[in-house]
Write a protein that binds this ligand. Structure first.
Ligand code: FAD
Length: 403
C-alpha cells in the first residue's frame, strides 16, 4: 500500500461482456459469485458470466452482520443450513483464502418460561437432526457474561440456547475469495453492467438486455436479493417477495469483551465484537417497503433501547457507523431456490435477514439445479410453488435472534 498498490495482482479479471454465454448470473453478491464458482468448478468449459450493476460485493453481502449458524427449528431449513455450515467449515481450504471463519458460538437468551420451552424444543430438534445445541441456565451464564444485566426488572435473563459451531465470517473476504477463484476458472465478472430487461420468445429466455448491450444466454440465474421483485417483473413475473430495509450498526473499537454472538430474547437486538474491536449489532426491519440502503431514526432508537435493556454498559460506547441493506422478504421467512415459470430462468432469493450464512450451501445447490434442472434434497422444499400449494416453511414465526 505504501507503494501506491503498484505491482499488486488484481484478485479477479475485469471482464468485458461477450456476445453469448452458457449461463449468465445476475448479481455479483455472495450468492451470484458462489454460484459462479460452484458452476465453473463442477462443469469445466462452461462459459459463465456474472453481471453486476455496480462493483461486486457492495449489496447485502457487504452490509451484513456476518453471523453464520445452523440452529433452525423446521427440518427443511435446518437440513439446508447445516449443509451450508459444513461448507463454511471447509471454506478457507476449498477457496485457499483467509475469510476469518470464526466458530465463536451463538447464544440465544430466554427471559420467560414460555421462551424456555420454545428453546428446549428447538434445541432437541437441532440435536435430533445431528446439529449442535446446548441449554445453559442463568447460573452458568452469569459467570461467563458479566456485562449482561441479569436482574433487569422487566426482562431478567433465565437461560440461553448455545450453538457452539455458529459464529462469524469476514463478509468482504467471502466475495473476494469467490471472485478470485471463479475468475481463475474463466468466469467473466462484468461489473458496472446493469440488467435492464429480458428477451423472452415462446416462453423461453434467450438473452438479457444490459447497460453494456445485449448478452445472449442459454440459462439465466437471478441472484439479486432485494431487487428480486424488480428483475422478475422485467420477465413478467410477480414474486411473493417484498423489499424492506434492515439496518446494522458498529461502535468505536473497544478492548475485546464479547467472545461470541449474543441474541436478546426480549427485544430486537443481537451483538458480536469484530476483530478490530467494534461492537457489531442490529435489530429488526424498518417496517416499510423500500429500496433504500439506509434506514430511519426510529429503528436506531428501538435497537439501542434493546441494547440498553440487555447490557447497559453499551450506553458509554460511541456509535461509529450505521447502514442499511435491501432485504428480500418472503411471506414465510424461508428462501426460494427454483426454476422460474419462464424456461431457462432460475431464481435464488427470498433470503430475508439470513442469506449470508447460506452462501456456500446455496451456491452449490443452485449451481447443480441450473445444470440438472432438479433440486438437491437440501433445497427441495424451497420451491416457488409452495406459496400456491400452502406448504409454507414458516420459520419467520419460529426464528430466533440473531440473523
Ligand atoms: P447481494 O449481496 O445484495 O447481491 C446482489 C447483487 O445484485 C448486488 O450487488 C446488486 O448490486 C446486484 N443487482 C441488483 N439488481 C441488479 C441488476 N438489475 N443488474 C445487475 N446486478 C444487479 N445474513 C446472515 O446470514 N447473517 C447475518 O448476520 C446477516 N445480517 C444482515 C444484516 C444486515 C444489515 C443486512 C442488510 C443483511 C443481513 N443478512 C445476514 C442477510 C444477508 O446479508 C443477505 O441475505 C445476503 O448477503 C444476500 O446475498 P446476495 O448475494 O443474494 O445479495
Amino acid at each position: 500500500a505504501l507503494r501506491g498498490n503498484r505491482g499488486w495482482t488484481p484478485h479477479w479479471r475485469k471482464a468485458d461482456p461477450a456476445a453469448h454465454y452458457d449461463v449468465v448470473i445476475i448479481g455479483g453478491g455472495g450468492h451470484g459469485l458462489s454460484t459462479a464458482w460452484h458452476l465453473a468448478s463442477q462443469n469445466r468449459g462452461l462459459r459463465i458470466a456474472v453481471l453486476e450493476k455496480g462493483p461486486i460485493g457492495l449489496g447485502n453481502t457487504g452490509r451484513n452482520t456476518t453471523v453464520i449458524r445452523a440452529n433452525y427449528l423446521l427440518p427443511s431449513n435446518q437440513r439446508f443450513y447445516e449443509y451450508s455450515l459444513r461448507k463454511w467449515e471447509s471454506f478457507e481450504q476449498d477457496l485457499n483464502y483467509n475469510a476469518m471463519v470464526s466458530q465463536r458460538g451463538v447464544l440465544n437468551l430466554w427471559h420467560s418460561d414460555g421462551q424456555r420451552d420454545a428453546h428446549i424444543r428447538r434445541g432437541n430438534t437441532i440435536r435430533l437432526s445431528g446439529g449442535d445445541a446446548e441449554l445453559l441456565d442463568a447460573a452458568a451464564l452469569r459467570d461467563r457474561y458479566k456485562f449482561l444485566d441479569f436482574d433487569n426488572a422487566r426482562f431478567p435473563i433465565k437461560g440461553g440456547l448455545w450453538h457452539g459451531r455458529g459464529g462469524t465470517v469476514r463478509h468482504d473476504a467471502v466475495v473476494w475469495a469467490y471472485a478470485r477463484a471463479a475468475s481463475e476458472l474463466g468466469v467473466d465478472i462484468v461489473e458496472n453492467c446493469e440488467v435492464t430487461g429480458f428477451e423472452i420468445e415462446a416462453g423461453r429466455c434467450r438473452a438479457v438486455q444490459t447497460t453494456r448491450g445485449r448478452i445472449a444466454a442459454d440459462k439465466t440465474a437471478i441472484c439479486v436479493a432485494g431487487s428480486s421483485g424488480r428483475l422478475a417483473a422485467m420477465a413478467g413475473l410477480r414474486l411473493p417477495i417484498e423489499s424492506h430495509v434492515l439496518q446494522a450498526f458498529v461502535s468505536e473499537g473497544l478492548k475485546p469483551f464479547i467472545d461470541d454472538v449474543i441474541g436478546f430474547g426480549a427485544g430486537h437486538f443481537y451483538i458480536s465484537q469484530s476483530d478490530k474491536g467494534g461492537l457489531v449489532f442490529g435489530g429488526d426491519l424498518d417496517g416499510y417497503n423500500s429500496y433504500a440502503q439506509r434506514g430511519n431514526l426510529p429503528m436506531v432508537r428501538h435497537v439501542c433501547a434493546g441494547a440498553m435493556a440487555l447490557m447497559p454498559a453499551i450506553g458509554r460506547a460511541r456509535l461509529l457507523r450505521s447502514w442499511g441493506g435491501i432485504m428480500d422478504m418472503t411471506m414465510d421467512g424461508s428462501p426460494i431456490i427454483d426454476r422460474l415459470p419462464v424456461e431457462g430462468m432460475f431464481l435464488n432469493g427470498g433470503w430475508c435477514y439470513g442469506g449470508f450464512k447460506s452462501i456456500p450451501g446455496a451456491g452449490d445447490c443452485f449451481a447443480r439445479l441450473i445444470v440438472s434442472g432438479e433440486p438437491r434434497p437440501e433445497i427441495a422444499a424451497f420451491r416457488l410453488d409452495r406459496f400456491h400449494r400452502g406448504h409454507l416453511i414458516d420459520e419467520a414465526g419460529a426464528g430466533p435472534w440473531p440473523n
